[in-house]
Write a protein that binds this ligand. Structure first.
Ligand SMILES: [Zn+2]
Ligand SMILES: [Zn+2]
Length: 92
C-alpha cells in the first residue's frame, strides 16, 4: 500500500489521522478521520483550528447531502485541490 497524506491527528478520538478524501458525487474535499469517521467539510478551518467541531460523519457528504463514495486523494490530487499546505505527514 502506498503512503497516504494526512492532515494531522483527529481532535475527536485522538487515535485516527485526518485523511483528504473527495466526494464522488460533488468532488468536494473533506478531511475524514480514518478511525472514528468524523468529517470536516472545511479543510482550511479544521487545519487552522483543531477545536473546530466536525460537521459530518463518513459516508455522509455535507455539501451534496447524500451518502457518498469517497476517494482517498494522493499528493497530486491534493495539490490540484489547492490543499498542499495542509499536509502534515504521510503514513499507511
Ligand atoms: Zn477520529
Ligand atoms: Zn458530496
Amino acid at each position: 500500500m502506498n503512503l497516504a497524506p494526512h492532515a494531522g491527528s483527529c481532535p475527536v478520538c485522538e487515535n485516527g489521522l485526518l485523511r483528504f478524501q473527495q466526494c464522488e458525487n460533488c468532488y468536494a474535499v473533506s478531511l475524514i478521520c480514518d478511525e472514528c469517521e468524523s468529517s470536516w467539510s472545511d479543510v482550511v478551518a479544521i487545519s487552522n483550528n483543531l477545536s473546530t467541531p466536525p460537521d459530518g460523519s463518513y459516508p455522509y457528504c455535507v455539501r451534496c447531502q447524500a451518502n457518498s463514495n469517497w476517494i482517498y486523494l494522493n499528493p497530486l490530487g491534493i495539490e490540484q485541490a489547492g490543499l498542499t499546505p495542509f499536509i502534515r505527514g504521510e503514513s499507511r
